[in-house]
Design a protein around this ligand. Structure first.
Ligand SMILES: [Zn+2]
Length: 229
């Protein structure tokens, strides 16, 4: 069991440096294989709460949606842990990524994050091939001690898990793995291969008329049918 959150209260206003510090603390505590790896964290304009991008030899870059700056700290830790678990071995699916977070003793933060973003039940994606674990499933995978910590965090931060389903304004997150000569994007469980994008090219997503356009720098490098949900 890991306790990363320093302050029980909501620290406001939060600075970008606080988020960077949280990310580095997470790696130091729970991701020993990434120790010494360059970890960049920024905020930006996104269609998701978070985006992680990495190459096997290079660093890990995380971009958080601007709104995330105002999230309660445990929910933010849950999101960052999910993003850092993407590059971890064996997590090329959202469910695998969530399970990796839990296996590192960070599941109570993931549960708080899922309660905060109103994912109570599992969020099935990619036509049932993948899923984001909902609050309920994450809670079931916690040990007694982690469950108690989770209950305390929910109480301290006044987060009430609600079974009410809401229409999500944002997709949860995207992951970009830069490999030699191509990149693999993971968006809502759908894997999209992009040829020839340079590792430092600026990848942007544009959703229009039920098509997802992937831009690398200013060129369209992939387009796939996409139904907004
Ligand atoms: Zn993800």
């Amino acid at each position: 069991m890991l306790l990363i959150a320093k302050t029980p209260g909501l620290r406001m206003p939060r600075q970008l440096n606080d988020i960077k510090e949280l990310g580095h603390r997470l790696v130091a505590h729970a991701y020993p294989e990434f120790d010494g790896r360059d970890l960049k964290i920024d905020t930006g304009k996104l269609r998701s709460y978070g985006q992680v991008r990495w190459s096997d030899a290079g660093g890990i870059q995380i971009i958080c949606h601007q709104d995330v700056m105002e999230w309660p700290e445990p929910a933010l830790i849950g999101l960052l842990a999910h993003e850092i678990s993407h590059p971890a071995e064996g997590s090329s699916s959202e469910e695998g990524t969530d399970r990796d977070v839990i296996s590192r003793g960070l599941g109570h933060y993931l549960a708080v994050e899922r309660a905060f973003v109103d994912k109570y039940g599992d969020h099935i994606i990619s036509k049932g091939k993948d899923r984001y674990l909902g609050f309920q499933s994450v809670r079931e995978l916690l040990n007694d001690h982690e469950q108690r910590i989770m209950e305390n965090l929910l109480e301290d931060f006044k987060i009430l898990p609600s079974k009410e389903t809401r229409k999500f304004r944002l997709i949860h997150d995207t992951a970009i793995h830069d490999e030699i000569g191509h990149s693999i994007l993971l968006i809502e469980g759908q894997s999209i291969r992009v040829e020839g994008a340079r590792p430092n090219s600026d990848i942007k997503l544009l959703f229009r008329d039920e098509i997802l356009y992937v831009y690398a720098d200013d060129d369209v490098v992939a387009q796939v049918p996409w139904r907004e949900r």
